[in-house]
Each structure stands twice: as structure tokens, then as C-alpha cells.
Design a protein around this ligand. Structure first.
Ligand code: HEM
Length: 383
């Protein structure tokens, strides 16, 4: 069994992943908590796994001593544990409620807000993670979702304690805080206008085929916490990437091609959620037993040279960009439209305010979480 997940892996996973891809593609690895799992690294295998109905996200298929993941308690696990039909209905409702009504629906408010937040960062040299990447999502999400002040502050408190070097408890340790913020948000949302995102989601919930409060809570878990972390990771990772390739910032555009390529290149979500084999199966040339855990490594697939020419090079012109950084199939990310629009606008505003923004170190510490990756600190200079 291999042990690969350490701080070095979080900072620079590519050599290890290249070795694992070359050496058969699938391996038994030790997860940071100890229990083993299959790690799948080749593009075709990972893509196949995301589409394979014999691999379920539902924890009830887990058996034996394999890794079971960070078990999000009900009802927050609704996307993982619903039956196929309920799950498909839930996804349809959510995607419809999150679809922008006009192209500017997300871009305008996010742009205004980012400008205001950045105006309050006066220093010439600072830690970009501390001053921008961690606080900014609280403001952007708070505004886009229409959160009350108390929830915005609680969200920022959660982010400061989770994503900064001095705190960094594991997500499972902050579940009570997260549940409190979700409950407060739902309470506030009942008075929200029908034209806000929360109002629209609640209106969908009043419909017979719509969302119940458990499903809404499950969605808010993603909207508030998963998005928060990945947005912070993606934005600071982008600054590090653009520091080495300054022309890329100028290519940010409404088609989202740069953001898609950043998601591929950086792969802030390293692994898909754990899958459990519902039956004994032959997969990728290996025998996987019923109940064993399969970790589909999106980062490894996104850097597979069999699929992406010169994968280490961020190139928004590669097309079609078939990266797996937002998943694929039945559990693909429902926030894709939001991710492209909001990340593009956030980065455009950052570079409009600081055209000369660049990292002052090429090697920075990375958070050594095993499912997500992002710089822990990022010293920058703006002129
Ligand atoms: C850069 C930001 C984001 C990244 C990189 C990302 C990535 C992903 C990935 C890789 C998956 C598939 C997981 C799997 O197959 O196990 C996923 C699922 C999901 N994402 Fe995102 N996501 C992002 C932002 C968002 C946002 C803004 C939302 C807000 C609605 C969201 C909601 C979800 C939900 C609900 C699922 C589960 C879907 C299901 O199981 O049916 N994500 N995301």
C-alpha cells in the first residue's frame, strides 16, 4: 500500500501522479486518516469511473475497513445519498434555480462588490491569501445569496479559522458551525425577495416537485462552504500561475475559457467524492471487491499527457477542454455556470485594480488537505 498524501503532495502532486499513471494507473493507497482506498489516476479510467453506475456515492454500499470519507451528516449529504430518481429531480430543480436569467446577473453585483473590497486593501506588499482570497468569498457569496449580516460574519469567521495557517481545523470539526450558518441563512431566506437566489430556491421548494428543507440545506452546504474553499483556492492559485505567465490575465473573458483551464491546470478539487463498489467488478484492469472505496483522482486525469498535450502548461486555447475538474455525469458540479462567471469577474477586477500584481515567492506553503489544494499563504507585490 502506498503512502503519498503529505505536504509535499499538496504543493507539487504532479511527479507522484505521473508515476502512478505510468505504473498501471490504479493503486491501493493509505489515506491520511489511515484506511486504504483505490486511487485511480489515468484520464480514461477516471472518466469511466465518474460514469460507472457500479460505483456509488452512497455510503450504504461501503463495506469492510476501506476509507469512508468525511461523512457529511444527513440532510447535508442529500446529493450523495438520494436514490437516482430523486437525485436527478433535485439536480434539475437546482440547476434551473441557479441558471442566470441574464448574462449580467452574477457578473454585475460580483464586480461591484469585488471593487469595493479591493479598495480597502491599501498595502503595496501583503499576503494575498489573508487579505484577499479568504475574505473576498464571504463578501461575494454574502451578496449574491443575500445573507444577513450575522451569517456573513459567521461565514468569514469560519473561513478565517479553516483556511488560514493559524487555525486550519478539518472540515468535520466545524460541522456545528456550518449547520448553524445554514440554519440562520434559511431563516433569513424566508423573508428574502423572490428575485434573489435564495428566494428562488425557496420558491422552488414550495413547489410539489421542488426542494424540501433538507435538500436546501444540502445545497447551501455546497454554496456556502465547498464553493468558499474552492473559490479561495482557485483565485490564489490563479495569481501564482499568472505571476509566471503574465499574459494570461489579459485573456480572461466571458466565455470562461481561462477559468476552465485554471480548473484543469490547478485542479483545486483533487479527488471526486469517494465511490463505493456496489458489486465485485473489473475496473481499469484490476479486481475491485464490493464495498471497497474508489477515489477518482481528478487532478491526475487533468494532467494525463495521453489526453492533454503539455498538461503542465496552462493554455486556454486548448479545445475542446475536456477536463474533469468539475466532475462529469450524474454527479457533475451543478455550480458550473456560477463558477465560470464569478471566478472570471473576481479575477478581472483583481487585475484591473492591480495590473502589476505578482507573487514574490515561487515556492509557497500549500494547505495539505487531501481532497482540495490551494496556497496557504501567498506573498505578493502590487507595483
Ligand atoms: C471552482 C469551484 C468549484 C469546483 C472546482 C467544483 C467541483 C466539483 C466537482 C469536481 C464535483 C463532482 C464531485 C464528484 O463527482 O464526486 C462537484 C459537485 C458538486 N458541486 Fe461543485 N465545484 C465548484 C463550485 C460549486 C458551486 C458554486 C456550487 C453551487 C451550487 C457547487 C455545487 C455542487 C454540487 C451540489 C455538487 C454535487 C452534485 C451531485 O452530486 O449531484 N459547486 N463540484
Amino acid at each position: 500500500m502506498l503512502t503519498i498524501f503529505d505536504e509535499e503532495f499538496a504543493r507539487e502532486p504532479w511527479p507522484v501522479l505521473a508515476q502512478l499513471r505510468a505504473d498501471g494507473g490504479m493503486h491501493r493507497v493509505a489515506t491520511p486518516d489511515g484506511p486504504p482506498a483505490w486511487l485511480v489516476t489515468r484520464f480514461d479510467q477516471v472518466r469511466g469511473g465518474l460514469l460507472d453506475e457500479r460505483l456509488s456515492t452512497n455510503l450504504r454500499f461501503a463495506q469492510g475497513d476501506d476509507y469512508r470519507g468525511f461523512a457529511v451528516p444527513a440532510p447535508l449529504d442529500v446529493f450523495q445519498s438520494s436514490d437516482a430518481e430523486d437525485h436527478a429531480r433535485l439536480r434539475r430543480t437546482v440547476v434551473a434555480a441557479l441558471r442566470p436569467r441574464r448574462a449580467e446577473e452574477w457578473a454585475e453585483p460580483a464586480g461591484d462588490l469585488v471593487r469595493r473590497c479591493l479598495a480597502a486593501v491599501p498595502a503595496d506588499e501583503f499576503d494575498f491569501v489573508e487579505r484577499v482570497a479568504v475574505p473576498l468569498p464571504a463578501a461575494v457569496l454574502g451578496d449574491l445569496l443575500g445573507l444577513a449580516d450575522a451569517e456573513r460574519e459567521a461565514l468569514l469567521g469560519w473561513a478565517n479559522s479553516t483556511l488560514r495557517p493559524d487555525g486550519a481545523p478539518r472540515a468535520r470539526d466545524t460541522l456545528t458551525t456550518m449547520a448553524g450558518i445554514i440554519a440562520g441563512t434559511l431563516e433569513h431566506a424566508r423573508g428574502a425577495g423572490a428575485d434573489t437566489v435564495l428566494g428562488r430556491l425557496l420558491a422552488a421548494g414550495r413547489d410539489d416537485a421542488g426542494l424540501d428543507s433538507g435538500q436546501l440545506s444540502g445545497l447551501l452546504f455546497y454554496l456556502l462552504f465547498v464553493w468558499y474553499e474552492v473559490l479561495a483556492d482557485l483565485v490564489s492559485g490563479a495569481v501564482l500561475t499568472f505571476s509566471q505567465r503574465p499574459t494570461l490575465a489579459a485573456e480572461l473573458g466571458p466565455d470562461g475559457a481561462v477559468v476552465d483551464e485554471l480548473v484543469r491546470h490547478q485542479s483545486p478539487q483533487v479527488l471526486a467524492g469517494p465511490r463505493f463498489a456496489v458489486t465485485d467488478l473489473d475496473f481499469g484492469g484490476y479486481r475491485v471487491r464490493a464495498g471497497e472505496t474508489v477515489l477518482l483522482c481528478l487532478a491526475a486525469a487533468n494532467h494525463d499527457p495521453e489526453r492533454f498535450a503539455r498538461p503542465e502548461e496552462p493554455d486556454p486555447r486548448r479545445g475542446p477542454n475536456s477536463h474533469l475538474g468539475l466532475g462529469l455525469g450524474a454527479h457533475a458540479c451543478v455550480g458550473t455556470a456560477l463558477v465560470r462567471t464569478v471566478t472570471t469577474v473576481v479575477l478581472q477586477q483583481i487585475y484591473a485594480r492591480w495590473p502589476g500584481l505578482r507573487a514574490t515567492a515561487t515556492t509557497v506553503p500549500w494547505r495539505s488537505g487531501f481532497r482540495h489544494r490551494g496556497p496557504l499563504t501567498l506573498p505578493v507585490k502590487v507595483s
